[in-house]
Design a binder for this molecule. Structure first.
Ligand code: UD1
Ligand code: CA
Length: 458
């Protein structure tokens, strides 16, 4: 079996410079969802027909392995039949049993299980068609059946008469066709319709005319085959997608304070007894261990959060590992390259970037920790700044174990503070500090006795 995904359309009603299929659902382009679903069926090849925003689409997919994808250019969009035709040169027709499954880049929620069921309806001779019952068939192709209940053709809305318009069984667009027959039928379709387009749907009448069996599977859930043509439909599908994600989490035993206020824009895995408060967004790949608590109004992206860690409200985590039983936030900003050991405390208005903090270390208030390697049980005082950038290059600060940095200090990197080093508050440290030493790097205080305060002028 080979898959052809139609994705050449511009999507004018999105009012966007981006091709429609790159608009995202759950953090991934609609087309990526369809590609992933296709892969789960293990096809020989996946052909994607593109036409508008070709470079943008290729750039998007260049971030991942696309060895199994072939791009087919449809320079002019002359209809769904014409689109499939463009993919034919790459399809194996030598093998008489090869099937072609047609999917749509703007129908992102189609499920693998539904497609498997559809594929089970074909045997190399028959045509399988996915139809759906809907209350509102407007704009969709109607399924015409004969008195025996067999599908005989599809009539597009614009070409339908008033009687046909009453039919509420519609074409999802998704079908699976024997490859050799597909080639022959596509050669026969014409564009003598209201839109002067080559309709893929005309295949059905051609198949029926030569008594090819057409097996239709009828879905009751129209969301699965709902296409996206505008931002309203995009938002609708996003809500359905999120609803499913929320339900999956609840089913796994995650406590969601309000399921509707948790968003998963990627992959989230959770251990036992995790609690997620309201307005939490998970992006990319996030894994929570057991007994993890995520506070309100947090955004967590590409992170590993180990057992028993608490993320307090207002915190932003991106590209980090948070050790077991750590306490992060409220209002902390944990940036890429942060690796925190167990029992670390990062408090309010602390920013970390490319920073490793050993077990039990603390930065409880107002600090910037960038390009640092910090040992165990260190204490980074309020207002400490790791000056990692000299205006041109980044440098590293290295702290041993049990290092204490007094409040309002700056560490001018590169600098090494050995075990048990102690930095007096308000210091500007620009030399290494040996083990067990106190560094005082601030001007000495002098007191001026009997000093008179200035008085206000007249
Ligand atoms: C199509 C079906 C209709 C079905 C509906 C389901 C046809 C003629 N009609 O109608 O029966 O009910 O889908 O949503 O097939 N595309 C290309 N190249 C083209 C034309 C379209 O790649 O030349 C792509 C579009 O980008 C889109 C998809 O094919 O992703 C469907 O095309 P569209 O024009 O939206 O077809 P519909 O009118 O929705
Ligand atoms: Ca459409």
């Amino acid at each position: 079996m080979e898959v052809v995904i139609l994705a050449a359309g511009k999507g004018s009603r999105m009012f966007s410079d981006k091709p429609k299929v790159l608009h995202s659902i759950g953090g991934s382009a609609m087309l990526e969802h369809v590609v992933r679903t296709s892969r789960a069926l293990h096809p020989q090849k996946i052909h994607t027909v593109i036409g508008f925003g070709v470079q943008q689409i290729k750039d998007y997919f260049a971030r991942s392995n696309t060895a199994d994808l072939t791009w087919v250019l449809q320079a002019e969009q002359l209809g769904t039949g014409h689109a499939v035709q463009q993919a034919l040169p790459g399809i194996n027709i030598e093998d008489g049993e090869n099937q072609v499954l047609v999917l749509y880049g703007d129908v992102p929620l189609i499920q693998t299980s539904t497609l498997q069921e559809l594929l089970s309806q074909t045997d190399g001779e028959t045509l399988a068609l996915l139809t759906v019952l809907t209350e509102n068939p407007t704009g969709l192709g109607r399924i015409i059946r004969n008195t025996a209940g067999e599908v005989t053709r599809i009539v597009e809305e614009r070409d339908a008469n008033s009687e046909q318009k009453q039919i509420n069984e519609v074409n999802s667009g998704i079908m699976c066709v024997p490859a050799t027959k597909l080639v022959r039928w596509l050669g026969e379709i014409r564009n003598d319709n209201d839109q002067s387009e080559y309709y893929l749907t005309d295949l059905i009448a051609l198949a029926a005319d030569e008594n090819c069996q057409i097996n239709a599977i009828t879905l009751a859930d129209e969301i699965e085959v709902q296409g996206v043509n505008d931002k309203t439909q995009l938002a609708l599908l996003e809500r359905h997608y999120q609803m499913n994600k929320q339900q999956e989490l609840l089913d796994q035993g995650v406590t969601l304070r309000d399921p509707e206020r948790v968003e998963v824009r990627g992959e989230l895995s959770c251990g036992k007894d995790c609690v997620v408060d309201i307005n939490v967004i998970f992006e990319g790949t996030v894994s929570l261990g057991n007994n993890v608590v995520i506070g309100a109004n947090t955004v967590i992206k590409d992170a590993v959060i180990e057992d028993g860690a608490h993320v307090l409200p207002g915190t932003n985590i991106d590209g980090a590992t948070i050790g077991a039983n750590s306490l992060i936030g409220p209002y902390a900003r944990i940036r890429p390259g942060t690796v925190l050991g167990a029992n670390v405390k990062i408090g309010n208005f602390v920013e970390t970037k490319n920073a490793i903090l050993g077990e039990g270390s603390k930065a409880n208030h107002l600090a910037y920790i960038g390009d640092a390697e910090i040992g165990r049980n260190c204490n980074i005082g309020a207002g400490t700044i790791f000056c990692n950038y000299d205006g041109a290059n980044k440098h590293k600060s290295t702290l041993g174990d049990n290092v204490f940095i007094g409040s309002n200090s700056v560490l001018v990197a590169p600098v090494v503070l050995a075990n048990n080093a102690f930095v007096a508050a308000g210091s500007a440290v620009n030399c290494d500090v040996p083990a067990d030493s106190l560094a005082v790097a601030r001007s000495k205080q002098r007191n001026i006795p009997d000093w008179k305060r200035p008085t206000k002028g007249q």
